[in-house]
Design a protein around this ligand. Structure first.
Ligand code: 13P
Length: 288
């Protein structure tokens, strides 16, 4: 199956009261593990690519070529969207050119008028090319590629302004944070989520910072209109832990342990396990 825009799969998720996972990719093993799991579980999936990860993989064109080829070589038939995560204005255009099927323009750090002007322009370009467009209001806390947000809550009126521009998906800060949640985290602000939902109507909403949010909060967020949940750190931690264990046990020194395919295998399996667990919680299994 060719890459698809995220619009249709997220509208289906919103109507079916489940969420599609966006799992960020960093390299071939990450991508393969996520695609394999989605196919095995018959789940739609969104592959997220941050600008930093794109740079690491030598550029967005490499990423698109790799993902498209993997879909073909692995006989992936479930819907897959290739999505720019927290794109800058310039990054959005690079990904459009490189053949991504979905982009996020993170204009949350611009004054609202500038965010609106740039989003409006991207709405037009994405509609012409059949890409889905995610916009963000209210910066998500934590650190993402060196940028530290404050974990603020979005203003529901600003959310409506951006939603009315014709974006397909809206990320709104509701106390969520990228990376690990601090011990004194007070939880998601469901009152804010409800107010945003009221103002934005049918718009599928996105929950960033999916790592470490308790399952009951995830389920409540889905019941209130969240149709896409982003997970990155949890896959990184799972990969790191599995690799560390493998090396500490000296398994990399046994037999053909020098083979990078062997060294990366436990981490790849850990990503598969994490993605499976998340898809179960999000309810996207068998929804392809
Ligand atoms: P986590 O790293 O907290 O899982 O968040 C991922 C994310 O929101 C990417 O945009």
């Amino acid at each position: 199956m060719a890459l698809v825009s995220a619009k249709q799969m997220l509208e289906k998720a919103r109507d079916g009261k489940y969420a599609v996972g966006q799992f960020n990719i960093n390299n071939l093993e990450w991508t393969k593990s996520i695609l394999q799991t989605a196919q095995e579980l018959n789940s739609p999936v969104i592959l997220g690519v941050s600008e930093g990860a794109g740079k690491y993989m030598t550029g967005f064109k490499t990423v698109t070529a790799m993902v498209k080829a993997m879909i073909e070589e692995m006989n992936i038939t479930v819907p897959v969207a290739l999505h720019l995560d927290h794109g800058s204005y310039e990054g959005c255009y690079k990904c459009i050119e490189a053949g991504f099927s979905s982009i996020m323009f993170d204009g949350s750090h611009f004054p609202i008028d500038e965010n609106i002007a740039k989003t409006k322009e991207l709405v037009k370009v994405c509609a012409e090319k059949g890409l889905s467009l995610e916009a963000e209001v209210g910066s998500i806390g934590g650190e993402e590629d060196g940028v530290i947000g404050q974990g603020e809550c979005a203003d529901p009126d600003e959310c409506k302004k951006i939603a009315d521009l014709g974006v397909d998906i809206l990320a709104a800060g509701i106390g969520n944070i990228h990376g690990k949640y601090p011990a004194n985290w007070t939880g998601l602000r469901f009152d804010v989520l409800e107010a945003i939902k009221k103002k934005t109507g049918d718009m599928p909403l996105v929950l960033h910072g999916g790592t470490g949010i308790p399952t009951d909060m995830i389920k409540k967020a889905i019941s209130l209109g969240v149709a896409k949940i982003n997970v990155n750190t949890e896959c990184q931690l799972a990969f790191q832990e599995a690799t560390r264990k493998y090396i500490q046990e000296g398994k990399d020194l046994v037999g053909k342990g020098f083979d990078p395919r062997k060294l990366l295998a436990p981490g790849a399996q850990a990503i598969k396990d994490t993605v499976k667990e998340k898809m179960e919680i999000f309810g996207s299994i068998s929804k392809a």
